[in-house]
Design a protein around this ligand. Structure first.
Ligand SMILES: *[C@@H]1O[C@H](CO)[C@@H](O)[C@H](O)[C@H]1NC(C)=O
Ligand SMILES: *[C@@H]1O[C@H](CO)[C@@H](O)[C@H](O)[C@H]1NC(C)=O
Ligand SMILES: *[C@@H]1O[C@H](CO)[C@@H](O)[C@H](O)[C@H]1NC(C)=O
Ligand SMILES: *[C@@H]1O[C@H](CO)[C@@H](O)[C@H](O)[C@H]1NC(C)=O
Length: 441
């Protein structure tokens, strides 16, 4: 919390100099309010996580999963006087799409009681799926109104799955005990926070490439302009937008027939390398009748994965374009298919000066441009690899746009307008998504 307080204090002082201070109680919150959470990255496992404060619990570190429906955490040692479980068949249970009743044979505690509403908690790393108690409790969040006041609020009745400790395997370190779902559901963290504060249903991510030395990136839930570092440094950032599309067939671990997917899909029309279209069967870019195909955005996939057919063509065309630019290919390092001697690629403010990869999106040819910092990863000294992974011949989703490609730009998911707005790489503007505990003076 020290981090928040420092930023808050600084922004507050900053604002005193520029605008008058207005007290905000909940009823006065404007549409411009944001709720802010930090993003940290585990550099070893390449997982991104956030932290929130459960009122009578310590800070909960939870992996950020754009595709997850629920918030869950390990409740084994959870002690809280304000905790409430939902009983089977209750309204709360229905609202959270609880579908089973769960019971428990040990001594009663949060996460262990009979006749309780069970919701599915899913760990995407271990593929562990389990029905666990639907609980609710108060969490503490930090806000800014986009202009002056920043404050902590208690948000009561946050719904989550109170899980057993078996679920935390594969989460980074000993400190990460849960997962924060950001999917398009009533019970995702973003929906619960927006509805409590009556905010526009949107959130923005600035995912850091590194959170070493105490650096963090940002999650903003709500509307209005961006004020937090690093974006406050550059007010001229330009956003472009593309529709968020709905995959009509559920991609979740549990679903009923007829459910649409609640993950975030966009429509990639073409892939270009140095402006030249990569040739492959473009039907892979749309959904078939079983919802197979298309492009989704995922924070739990470290590197973008491509359907084999697309992957092979992208690697081939990229290698050719790199050769034409005299960038020397070296032995590949798994799981990557094309690696290069970084000394032979020019250095630019956006990373290695390699051929540019553009995802051409729906919406007047809007491009999601990948410069060297996004398309390449340094795997060892002087060796950089094309940071894409072969997703096999029969993936559920043809393109999974993963963490490395999402870092260092602002991505705004506007659920109300069903749009993804995004900036170019912030490196173009000589900034990034990692900022320090010490705010700029
Ligand atoms: C649930 O019911 C079973 C069977 O009646 C009982 O043995 C068990 O102690 C109960 N569990 C809790 C947490 O109350
Ligand atoms: C990152 O995750 C690994 C594996 O769980 C863990 O050993 C390491 O301590 C974590 N690093 C941090 C900084 O938490
Ligand atoms: C929530 O926001 C909407 C749109 O800004 C407004 O019309 C509505 O009155 C607000 N509701 C409450 C309870 O503040
Ligand atoms: C981000 O930008 C800051 C300020 O320019 C710089 O000090 C820092 O090294 C950058 N961090 C990363 C991970 O690029």
């Amino acid at each position: 919390m020290a981090f928040f307080q420092q930023i808050l204090t600084t922004l507050f002082i900053f604002s005193l100099l520029t605008i008058s201070y207005a007290d905000t109680d909940l009823s006065k919150l404007s549409k411009n309010i944001f709720i802010h959470f930090p993003i940290r990255k585990n550099q070893t496992t390449l997982q991104y996580y956030t932290s929130f404060q459960a009122v009578s619990f310590t800070t909960v570190d939870a992996v950020i999963d754009l595709g997850a429906q629920y918030v869950w955490f390990d409740c084994t040692s959870y002690v809280s006087p304000t905790y409430k479980r939902a009983s089977c068949g209750s309204n709360r249970c229905k609202k959270a799409s609880g579908s089973v009743c769960v019971g428990c044979n040990s001594a009663p505690r949060p996460g262990c009681s009979n006749n309780t509403c069970g919701v599915y908690a899913y760990n995407p790393y271990t593929e562990y799926l389990t029905a666990q108690e639907l609980g609710e409790d108060t969490i503490s969040v930090t806000s800014t109104d986009g202009e002056s006041v920043l404050k902590e609020y208690d948000v009561p009745k946050i719904q989550f799955s109170c899980a057993d400790s078996g679920i935390v395997q594969g989460l980074p370190g000993d400190h990460t005990k849960g997962l924060a779902g950001f999917a398009r559901t009533q019970v995702s963290l973003v929906s619960q926070i927006s509805s409590f504060f009556n905010l526009t249903r949107k959130f923005a991510l600035c995912i850091p490439s590194s959170s070493e030395n105490g650096n963090v990136g940002d999650i903003f839930i709500g509307g209005g302009q961006y004020l937090m570092p690093p974006v406050m440094v550059d007010q001229t950032l330009s956003f472009v937008s593309t529709p968020l599309v709905i995959n009509p067939v559920s991609t979740g671990p549990v679903s009923s027939e007829g459910d649409a997917s609640d993950e975030y899909f966009i429509s990639v029309k073409d892939i270009e390398i140095n402006g030249k279209r990569v040739a492959f069967d473009s039907s892979l870019l749309s959904f078939d009748k079983n919802g197979v195909g298309g492009t989704k955005i995922s924070t739990v996939t470290p590197y973008t994965t491509l359907h084999s057919v697309i992957y092979k063509r992208v690697v081939k065309d990229f290698v050719k374009a790199a050769a034409a630019a005299n960038i020397k290919r070296v032995k590949s390092v798994a799981p990557f298919g094309a690696c290069f001697d970084s000394k032979t690629a020019p250095k630019t403010i956006t990373g290695a000066g390699v051929p540019e990869i553009d995802l051409v999106l729906e919406g007047n040819g809007v491009r999601f441009k990948l410069y060297g910092s996004s398309s390449m990863v340094e795997v060892k000294k002087n060796v950089i690899c094309l940071a894409f992974v072969d997703g096999g011949a029969e993936p559920r989703t043809s393109i999974v746009l993963g963490g490395h490609q999402l870092e260092d730009r602002v991505l705004e998911f506007d659920l109300a307008a069903s749009k993804l707005r995004f900036t170019p790489s912030l490196l173009v503007s000589k900034t990034n998504c990692s900022h320090n505990r010490e705010p700029p003076v």
